[in-house]
Design a protein around this ligand. Structure first.
Ligand code: FAD
Length: 347
C-alpha cells in the first residue's frame, strides 16, 4: 500500500475481517486499537473517511457510513458497494483483505438521531442501508425505540444485511417492521407505496438514505402527508474531490484589519475568535485549538454544519445542505468566510 506523508491527518487501523454481503458489496470490519478508542467512538448514522491509494493521484478520499451499532458491536464495520466504473469502491472490494491496514479519518457526520427511544420511520435504497442499519440497531437496543424500515432494492439477491434484518424482525416482533420493495417484483418505489408505509407515523423521526431521486420522492411524499420537514433527515452519498487528509492551513496572520469577530458555541462552550476574511471557520477554530467537527472540508459531507444566528457569510459550496437547511440558517464551517464584522454561530 502507498506510504503516506508523515504530516497527513488521520489514523492507520487494521481490517480484521472482510465480509462479502452480496455479489457487489463487501464490509470491512475494523479493529480500533485501545489507544484510539476514544477518538473512534461514534454515533449511529456517522461515517468514516478512507484514504485509498492511487498510482494516478497518490490517493483519493471516500466516505463510508458505519453499519455497525455503537451499543452492541465491538468493531466498526463499513460497507462498500461497487459503483459501476467507480475507482475507490472497486479498489476496496478488489484489494482489501483481513490483516491489511487502512488509513482513515475518525467518525464524523450529522445524520444521527438526537435520542434513540422514540419512533423511527427509516427509508433506505441499495447501499443507503448502511447508516440506517446502525440507527435501526441502536434504536432497538435502546429498549424503547420502535422502528419501521422501507428498504428498496433491485432484487432479492441485492438486499444487503437481509439475514440480519430477518433475525432482528424475529427478535423484535413488536418493535421492528421491515417492508422490502423489490424492483424485480413490484417495480421502483412510488409515492403511493411510500405514503401507505408512512401513514400513522407522523410523529416519528425520519432518516432517508439512497439515490437522490429516491430521497427527493420520500421527502416530498412525507411532507405532503403531514410530516414535519424538520424531522426528515437525508444523507447523500457522493465522492469527494479534495484531500481531507491534508493538514489544516496554519493561520500565520492572526487578527488583521479585515478580521471579523465571531462568537462560536460548541458543546456548551462559547469562544470569541478573530476571523480573517480569507479563512474558513473550521481553519479558525482548529488554529485556536478547538476540537471542531469536520471531515471532507469541501462542503460535501455536512459534518461541520452549524447555524448562523447573527451576521453574514459567504457560504461557499453548500452541496451538503438542502434548500430547507439553508433557509433555516445552516452554513458549513469548512466553507464559510465572514462578510460582516460581528457574527454568532452555534454548532
Ligand atoms: C457521508 C457519505 C457516506 C457514504 N457511505 C457510503 C456507504 O456506506 N457505502 C457506499 O458504498 N458508498 C458510500 N458513500 C459513497 C462513497 O463515498 C463513494 O462516493 C462511492 O463508493 C463511489 O466512489 P468510487 O470512487 O467508486 O466512484 P467514483 O467517484 O464514481 O469514481 C470515479 C472518480 O474516480 C476518479 N478516478 C478514476 N480512476 C482513478 C485513479 N486511478 N486514481 C484516482 N482517481 C481516479 C475519477 O476521476 C472520478 O472522479 C458515501 C458517501 C458519503 C458522502
Amino acid at each position: 500500500m502507498t506510504t503516506l506523508a508523515p504530516e497527513s491527518l488521520g489514523y492507520t487501523v487494521r481490517v480484521a475481517e472482510v465480509i462479502e454481503e452480496t455479489p457487489d458489496t463487501s464490509s470491512l470490519v475494523i479493529d480500533v486499537p485501545d489507544d484510539l478508542a476514544d477518538r473512534f467512538t461514534y454515533r449511529p448514522g456517522q461515517f468514516l473517511t478512507l484514504r485509498i491509494p492511487s498510482e494516478r493521484t497518490g490517493s483519493v478520499a471516500r466516505c463510508y457510513s458505519i453499519a455497525s451499532c455503537p451499543l452492541t458491536d465491538d468493531r466498526i464495520k463499513v460497507t462498500v458497494k461497487r459503483t459501476a466504473g467507480g475507482y475507490a469502491s472497486n479498489w476496496l472490494c478488489d484489494n482489501v483483505t483481513a490483516g491489511n491496514d487502512v488509513h482513515v479519518l475518525p467518525p464524523s457526520g450529522t445524520f444521527t438521531p438526537r435520542a434513540l427511544d422514540g419512533s423511527f420511520r427509516l427509508f433506505a435504497a441499495g447501499s443507503g442501508i448502511t447508516p440506517v442499519m446502525s440507527i435501526l440497531k441502536s434504536a432497538l437496543e435502546s429498549d424503547a425505540g420502535t422502528v419501521a424500515l422501507y428498504y428498496a432494492n433491485r432484487d432479492r439477491g441485492s438486499i444487503i444485511f437481509a439475514a440480519e434484518l430477518a433475525d432482528l424482525e424475529t427478535r423484535y416482533p413488536d418493535r421492528l417492521t421491515v417492508e422490502h420493495r423489490l424492483e424485480s417484483e413490484s417495480g421502483l418505489p412510488t409515492p403511493e407505496s411510500l405514503a401507505s408505509f408512512a401513514r400513522g407515523g407522523e410523529d416519528s423521526d425520519v432518516f432517508v438514505c439512497g439515490p437522490a431521486p429516491f430521497m427527493a420522492m420520500v421527502k416530498g411524499t412525507l411532507t405532503g402527508i403531514g410530516y414535519d420537514r424538520h424531522r426528515v433527515y437525508i444523507e447523500e452519498f457522493m465522492s469527494l474531490d479534495g484531500d481531507p487528509f491534508a493538514p489544516i492551513q496554519t493561520l500565520t496572520s492572526g487578527a488583521d484589519a479585515d478580521s471579523a469577530t465571531v462568537e462560536v458555541t460548541l458543546d456548551g462552550d462559547t469562544h470569541v475568535l478573530a476571523w480573517p476574511a480569507d479563512a474558513t471557520l473550521i481553519d479558525v477554530m482548529v488554529n485556536a485549538g478547538i476540537d471542531a467537527p469536520y471531515s471532507c472540508r469541501e462542503g460535501e459531507c455536512g459534518a461541520c454544519a452549524c447555524t448562523l444566528t447573527e451576521g453574514t457569510v459567504d457560504p461557499g459550496n453548500t452541496d451538503a445542505l438542502d434548500p430547507d437547511d439553508v433557509a433555516d440558517g445552516y452554513i458549513l464551517g469548512c466553507q464559510a468566510t465572514p462578510t460582516s464584522p460581528a457574527l454568532k454561530i452555534e454548532f
